[in-house]
Ligand binder design. Structure first.
Ligand code: XIL
Length: 375
């Protein structure tokens, strides 16, 4: 079967097979059931506090997901607030929940330029070379050992690219690890992660790889060049996490272009996942039902491409319900009038939106994992 990809602006207008988003009765079937049909995983970033305090949220997580990730609990800022003093309470709760429900779990994230405890950057700046390496790898050691066998895949290094910071190679210059070690911090992180848990799938994750825009084009180029260098040096990267924070009202999307990029990545022998999907609706039509339909159509166009790549095994949204979405607080994405963003599969009252149907539909149309529809 050959699937035609829509291109450019046609994407938003042309594919809106989704019925209007009136709240519907929530059945017991979840997106994970749709994902499973083709051997795939659907999941979400969850917060431990919400799993504890909000029954509807907890029920939705249990019903919809067969893979989970922490929204903040394994960021180093939360997990190592003081040097060598760890707090894994929230992460433990999420991993326990995942295990109780027979789900897989991802770990997010071991090495990042941000969300670090305040003590870390000054300590790295003061340290000699060996101590700098220890300051980075100690967290890999402790977190990966703790969850070995329970967290099957890790975002080892997150967001290494930022072509707007003046470096010709497009690497993020404002990054404590880059400043300390140059790009070899990535090599060190992956080698260490492989040593600590040889069974875990090791991810390099980044954003801004999806749209047909000069911004994303520069980021895609920087990613491919980085991979050429890393894989050329034998760095043990297993997979690329495409975050999927989409902004259809700011930048266009071209299915063929994104498909080609994913093909290039999977051509390197890398696994792929969509790790943080959500769709910023700011700038869309004022009528929320119309906006929901457009968001759904856009999500479907995106996922049809992603799920047609045999290397894409899982899709995770960055949250479950609009009520708790970071999109409603983040300066670039939030609505100036304070209304909730509508970029996740469930609305602020935990009702399914057309985006839910779009995700289900994309999974239903997906070829079995490892195969493709497109010629
Ligand atoms: C976000 C969280 O959702 C927010 O609550 C927090 O304030 C900032 O971080 N890319 C990532 C995620 O890898 O960790 C970010 O999560 C969103 C962007």
């Amino acid at each position: 079967m050959r699937r035609e990809f829509l291109t450019g602006a046609a994407t938003l207008a042309a594919c809106s097979p989704i019925p209007p988003g009136a709240a519907r009765a929530v059945s017991r079937e979840g997106l994970a059931d749709h994902a499973r049909q083709s051997g795939r995983y659907f999941g979400a970033a969850v917060k431990s506090r919400l799993l504890r305090e909000d029954r509807a949220y907890r029920a939705a997580a249990a019903r919809e997901c067969n893979i989970l990730v922490q929204e903040y609990e394994l960021k180093r800022k939360t997990a190592e607030p003081k040097p060598g003093r760890y707090d894994f309470k929230g992460a433990d709760e999420i991993i326990d929940f995942a295990q109780q429900h027979g789900m897989r779990a991802r770990g997010h994230t071991l090495v990042w330029y941000t969300a670090n405890p305040t003590w870390l950057e000054p300590a790295v700046e003061r340290a000699g070379k060996a101590e700098q390496r220890r300051l980075m790898t100690s967290y890999i050691d402790v977190a990966m050992r703790r969850y070995a066998g329970r967290i099957s895949e890790w975002d080892v290094v997150n967001e290494t690219l930022e072509p707007n910071q003046g470096r010709a190679d497009g690497m993020r210059a404002e990054n404590l690890w880059m400043k300390a070690m140059g790009e070899h911090y990535i090599d060190l992180a992956f080698h260490r992660a492989r040593e600590v848990d040889g069974d875990a799938t090791l991810f390099l994750g980044d954003y801004g790889l999806e749209h047909d825009s000069p911004r994303c084009e520069r980021r895609r180029t920087a990613m491919l060049k980085l991979l050429d260098r890393l894989l050329g040096r034998g760095v043990p990267i297993d997979a690329i996490g495409i975050q999927g924070h989409l902004k259809p009202y700011k930048e266009p999307f071209k299915q063929r272009q994104f498909a080609d990029f994913l093909d290039t990545l999977s051509g390197y022998g890398l696994k792929l996942a969509i790790t943080e999907l959500d769709i910023a609706d700011r700038g869309g039509p004022p009528n929320p039902e119309k906006r929901d339909r457009e968001v759904a159509a856009f999500g479907k166009a995106f996922l049809d491409v992603a799920l047609d790549n045999p290397a894409v095994e899982s899709v995770l949204c960055w949250g479950i319900s609009d009520q708790y979405s970071w999109l409603s607080n983040y300066p670039e994405y939030k609505w100036p009038d304070g209304q909730l963003s509508r970029g996740l599969p469930f609305d602020g009252k935990m009702a399914r939106k057309p985006f839910w149907d779009a995700i289900a539909g994309a999974f239903d149309a997906a070829p079995p994992v490892g195969r493709r529809n497109r010629a």
